[in-house]
Design a protein around this ligand. Structure first.
Ligand SMILES: [Fe+2]
Length: 233
């Protein structure tokens, strides 16, 4: 009983934020051309940094949401928590949160491949979403450089195997590395069409092993420590 009384008040504002933020993300994906929809997500992103939610609780609550909000929120809370571990400035964390919440907004505009499209045609369409998303939000007005870097760069990989520009090493901005790692870990640990989820420990093993050339080893170590500290699945 004592534990419930201690935990509930701290979680109530987080749960309310998750509900508001999920609604804002869903509205943006439904109306990506609406500048007001982007402004609403930006406002909720700032609240994430101030709330500093419990990671495990926030991710599990997000799990109950539909897509695209569930993925966007999980990636955002992990990316911001990683940024906090790196002692990044609050102003940077706020832009990191914005970029993480909208990193896949281009998916809302990329055409659905025709039913008979082969894998390479599907991949070519999918690979348009980083630049499509950045172009979309830039049309709403001046776009913060950190947000733009996340939109364009979250599928870039340090070994040059990513897209859209096959950037390498230090050419991949820190914000894109952070969101890219949170995105990759989330993708690995959730069922995707044609690919079942792997366990969180297995995902970390992949990031330290076969996928290591693609990701920032220091950030993987921080992610491992973060998830261990939160007992996060
Ligand atoms: Fe993406």
């Amino acid at each position: 009983m004592t534990e419930a009384l201690a935990v509930t008040p701290a979680r109530a504002p987080v749960d309310a934020w998750i509900a508001r933020c999920a609604a804002a993300v869903d509205a943006l994906f439904a109306r990506p051309d609406d500048p007001a929809a982007f402004a609403a997500v930006r406002a909720e992103a700032a609240a994430l940094v101030d709330l500093d939610p419990d990671l495990t609780h926030a991710r599990r609550t997000a799990d109950a949401l539909g897509e695209p909000a569930a993925h966007a929120l999980r990636v955002a809370v992990v990316a911001v928590a990683l940024g906090r571990r790196l002692a990044l400035a609050p102003a940077f964390l706020r832009t990191l949160a914005v970029g993480a919440l909208v990193h896949d907004v281009g998916c809302a505009l990329v055409p659905t491949p025709p039913p008979r499209a082969d894998a390479s045609a599907r991949r070519a369409l999918e690979r348009q979403h980083p630049t499509v998303g950045a172009d979309l939000l830039r049309a709403h007005g001046p776009l913060d450089e950190v947000v733009r870097a996340i939109l364009v760069g979250h599928h870039e990989r340090l070994d040059g195997s990513g897209y859209p520009f096959a950037l390498e090493g230090a050419g991949v901005p820190l914000a894109a590395r952070l969101v890219g790692l949170a995105d990759l870990h989330d993708t690995l640990t959730r069922d995707r069409p044609g690919r079942p989820a792997v366990a969180p420990d297995r995902a970390l093993s992949l990031l330290r092993g076969p996928l290591a050339p693609q990701v920032d080893a220091d950030l993987v170590a921080e992610l491992e420590a973060l998830l261990a500290a939160g007992g996060a699945a």
